[in-house]
Design a protein around this ligand. Structure first.
Ligand code: GDD
Ligand code: MN
Length: 395
C-alpha cells in the first residue's frame, strides 16, 4: 500500500573491532534487495569506529557509525541514540558480536510485513529458538529465572513475549514514546515494551532465534550488569520509591545480620549495634547513589554534603521515632504494634521525600528562574509523590 521503507539495522558496539567485517558482509548478503542501512553506535576504545569506516568503503549498502565521546546509558543508551538517528522508521537492533545471526533479518522483516505487530523480537525461547550460545548452564539458568520473574512482574505487557530480554528485535520507531524511556543497562527491549508504549500498547510478535557463540572478543555482561538489571526491574515496576524501599529493606536485614554475627563473636551488643548501624548507613547511601539517584547526583551538591545530609536525617529519624511512637501510644491509646507500624511508614515516606527533594535536589536553582512562582515546595512535593508512586501504573 505504501512505498518500500528504509530499514535501519542498529548495532551497538563496545570493542568489537574484529567482528565488524564479517558482520557487515553477512548483513549485506542477508538484506540484498532491501532498501537498508547499517548504523553502528560505538562506545569503543579499540578503534572499532575506524574499522567500520574502513569496511564501509567497500560495502554494498550504506554503513554509518556514530562514535560517542560519553557512554551514557550503556548499551541501552546507545540503542536509543540509534533509534533517534536512524534513517528508516523500521529499525532492527542487533548485537555486534555475531551472536545474533544476520541471516535472521529477513524473517524479522517478513513477520513485520505480515502486519499486526509494532515489535518483532527474535526469541531464544520459542519453538526453534536456541540459547546454547549463552554458554554455561549457570548463565542459562539465571537467564531463564530472570525471564520468569520479569514476566510475572509485568503480566499484561509481557504476556505475548517469551523473551523480553533479547537484544535482537525489530521495532517500528514511530510507535515508541521516547519521552517515557529511561535507558539503563542491557535490557532495552524490556524498557521499550514496559514503558515505551505509554500512549498505545505495543503489539509484540516473535520469531525463533538460534543464539550463536560470540565470534571474537569478550562479553560485557557481568555481575555489575546483573545488579543494574535488578535495579532496572525495581524501578520499572515500583518506580524510584520502590527501589529506595528495596535498598532500605536489604539494609535492615544486613543490620540484623551484622549484629547477630558480632554478638555471637562475643562483641558487646552496644558496640555491635553501633557497627551494624554504621555499616548499614554507609551501605545504604552507596547503593542509593549507585542505583536510585544515579542521574540526580550529578546536579546535586557535593558527595560529602549529600552523605552528611543523608546521615543526619537517619540519625534524627532514629532519635525521634521512638519518642513519637510513645507519644502516639499515650495520647491516642493505640497498641504499640500499630504505633510502630505507623511510625515506620511515616518515617519511610519522610526519608524518601527528604532524599528526593533535599539531598539530591539540583544545585543550580538559577536554571529554574523561568519557572512559575506558583511552584511552591508543597506543589513540588505533591508532584514528586505523584510521579514516583504512580509510575508505571500497570494493572
Ligand atoms: N555502544 C555500546 N555501549 N555497546 C555496548 C555496550 C556499551 O556500553 N555494552 C555492550 N555493548 C554491545 C556489545 O559490543 C555487543 O555488540 C552487544 O552490545 C551485546 O553485548 P555483549 O557483551 O555481547 O552481551 P551479551 O552477549 O552478554 O548479552 C546479549 O545477550 C543478552 C541475552 O542473554 C545482549 O544482546 C543483551 O541485550 C541480551 O539481553
Ligand atoms: Mn554477546
Amino acid at each position: 500500500m505504501s512505498a518500500p521503507r528504509t530499514v535501519t539495522v542498529i548495532i551497538p558496539t563496545f570493542n568489537e573491532r574484529d567482528n565488524v567485517a564479517e558482520l557487515v558482509e553477512r548483513t549485506a548478503v542477508a538484506l540484498a534487495g532491501v532498501d537498508a542501512e547499517i548504523l553502528f553506535i560505538d562506545d569503543s576504545s579499540d578503534d572499532t569506529a575506524g574499522e567500520v569506516i574502513r569496511v564501509a568503503a567497500s560495502a554494498s549498502l550504506p554503513v554509518r557509525v556514530i562514535h560517542r565521546e560519553h557512554n551514557t546509558g550503556g548499551l541501552s543508551g546507545a540503542v536509543v541514540v540509534g533509534l533517534t538517528e536512524a534513517r528508516g522508521d523500521v529499525c532492527i537492533v542487533m548485537d555486534g558480536d555475531l551472536q545474533h545471526p544476520p541471516e535472521l533479518l529477513p524473517a524479522l522483516l517478513a513477520r513485520y510485513a505480515d502486519g499486526g505487530a509494532d515489535v518483532v523480537a527474535a526469541s531464544r525461547y520459542i519453538g526453534g529458538g536456541d540459547s546454547t550460545g549463552l554458554g554455561t548452564a549457570v548463565r542459562f539458568g539465571v537467564s531463564k529465572a530472570a525471564t520468569a520473574v520479569t514476566k510475572a512482574m509485568f503480566l499484561r505487557r509481557l504476556w505475548r513475549s517469551t523473551d523480553p530480554m533479547t537484544g535482537f528485535f525489530l521495532v517500528d520507531r514511530t510507535r515508541i514514546d521516547f519521552d517515557e524511556l529511561h535507558p539503563q543497562g542491557f535490557k532495552i527491549l524490556l524498557e521499550i515494551l514496559v514503558r515505551g508504549g505509554e500512549r498505545r500498547e505495543l503489539r509484540i510478535a516473535e520469531v525463533p532465534l538460534a543464539f550463536d557463540e560470540r565470534r571474537h572478543g569478550t562479553s560485557k555482561a557481568g555481575l555489575r550488569q546483573g545488579a543494574t538489571f535488578l535495579a532496572h526491574l525495581a524501578r520499572l515496576r515500583f518506580g524510584k520509591m520502590g527501589l529506595f524501599a528495596l535498598i532500605g529493606g536489604i539494609g535492615a536485614v544486613a543490620n540484623i545480620g551484622i549484629m547477630w554475627l558480632l554478638t555471637h563473636l562475643g562483641v558487646d551488643y552496644v558496640l555491635a549495634a553501633i557497627i551494624g548501624a554504621a555499616v548499614t548507613i554507609v551501605g545504604n547511601f552507596v547503593l542509593q547513589e549507585l542505583f536510585v539517584f544515579r542521574e540526580e547526583r550529578h546536579d546535586a551538591s557535593r558527595l560529602w554534603v549529600r552523605f552528611a545530609a543523608s546521615a543526619s536525617f537517619n540519625t534524627v529519624e532514629a532519635a525521634l521515632r521512638i519518642p513519637v511512637m510513645a507519644l502516639m501510644v499515650e495520647t491516642w491509646h493505640i497498641s504499640s504494634v500499630i504505633a510502630t507500624a505507623i511510625s515506620l511508614v511515616v518515617a519511610f515516606f519522610a526519608r524518601f521525600l527528604f532524599h528526593a527533594l533535599v539531598v539530591y535536589a539540583p544545585r543550580r536553582r538559577k536554571a529554574d528562574a523561568g519557572e512559575m512562582p506558583t511552584d511552591t515546595a508543597a506543589s513540588r512535593i505533591i508532584r514528586a509523590i505523584d510521579a514516583e508512586a504512580m509510575r508505571p501504573g500497570e494493572l
